[in-house]
Design a binder for this molecule. Structure first.
Ligand code: ZN
Ligand code: ZN
Length: 337
């Protein structure tokens, strides 16, 4: 295919208007009431919101090229590799584990609720280990590297993260009996909401969404998740329902008194795409190389980021505990106001 044709298809594909356009051209508006139709309608929402976010940023002179650079480069690279790998992994896990499913479910509303709760658990597991196992953090940290929050961050992922996430999520869901058509519907809803919660302050100043902040996981919660403030680190791992964050004690509301600092705690080269993409792998490689003995080398790979063979740990748990000890008075005052 001609290079311009490829670029044209990529451009059209990014906006996600193709299916909607087909419905309009064939005037088959009834299709909009089907699951496929609703998906066709929702797909362009995120890219359009992203465009509005950039335009608003430009209008209010808050737009900076650096806020989008890393995410855009990552999106382009991933476009060609990761989506293909991820779909293959989902199909592979379904085929492999479906015969061993503990129960059988069907495409009904009550199994949908069951499926969603199971999906959130599976998402929690993948995401939790993405933060707590250094090797998996290498895959997930690219998503946390941007030092701003906007809708483009939803595209910032290391290319091996999607297959890693999908192996864990699909395996858990299939083993717990979520049937594949239900799983695909849940994946679509999860993907759409998972993108929306990256909406930036330029477009939605207060991400709490009113009373919804008490019930579901809102953009505000996900902003907290992307923060490197000690109190906010390693919290809010869920995506839409925050039940598992509640169950495991990792739910953290945004404090009005604490401004969010986005990014990871490792000092990064500002706006450097390669550092955002490969920086954690390089850092892990160096630690493994320098560590004395095979046991320490292995521990660097499986222990949480910040673990040190010298005992001088800088893990999120240690940093947070230290911060809480130092700021006990302010924090208990915050609780009261
Ligand atoms: Zn994360
Ligand atoms: Zn995110």
């Amino acid at each position: 295919m001609h290079i311009f044709e490829i670029l044209y298809h990529e451009f059209v594909g990014f906006w996600g208007f193709d299916q909607l356009w087909e419905i309009i051209q064939t005037q088959n508006y009834e299709a909009l009431l089907t699951q496929k139709g609703i998906q066709a309608f929702l797909r362009p929402v995120l890219p359009v919101l992203l465009l509005i976010e950039i335009i608003r940023g430009l209008f209010y002179r808050r737009y900076s090229h650096d806020q989008y650079k890393i995410s855009v480069f990552t999106y382009i690279l991933n476009r060609f590799i990761s989506s293909f790998l991820s779909i293959a992994m989902v199909a592979f896990c379904i085929g492999l584990f479906e015969p061993y499913a503990l129960i059988k479910t069907s495409f009904t509303w009550y199994w949908f609720i069951y499926g969603y709760v199971v999906w959130e658990l599976a998402h929690f597991v993948y995401h939790y280990f993405g933060h707590k196992v250094r090797l998996f953090w290498c895959l997930h940290s690219t998503h946390h590297a941007p030092e701003y929050m906007n809708l483009s961050v939803t595209y910032a992922h290391f290319f091996l993260e999607a297959p890693y996430a999908d192996i864990i999520r699909t395996t858990i869901c299939i083993l717990l009996g979520v049937n594949p058509p239900l799983l695909f519907l849940i994946m679509f809803i999860d993907g759409t909401w998972g993108s929306f919660i990256h909406i930036g302050e330029n477009l939605l100043k207060d991400g709490r969404l009113g009373v919804l902040n008490k019930i579901i996981l809102t953009p505000s919660h996900h902003r907290v998740h992307h923060a490197r403030n000690p109190l906010y680190m390693d919290t809010n791992f869920c995506n839409l329902l925050n039940i598992w964050d509640r169950a495991f004690g990792t739910l953290q509301d945004e404090k009005t008194t604490m401004e969010i600092e986005y990014g990871i705690s490792r000092p990064m080269k500002k706006g450097d795409f390669l550092d955002a993409y490969f920086g954690e792998i390089v850092a892990l490689g160096k630690d493994v190389y320098r560590a004395p003995g095979l046991k320490n080398k292995l521990l660097y790979i499986i222990m949480p980021p910040g673990w040190s063979h010298t005992g001088d740990h800088k893990t999120a748990t240690v940093v947070k505990a230290h911060y809480i000890r130092e700021h006990q008075q302010e924090l208990s005052f915050d609780e009261r106001v």
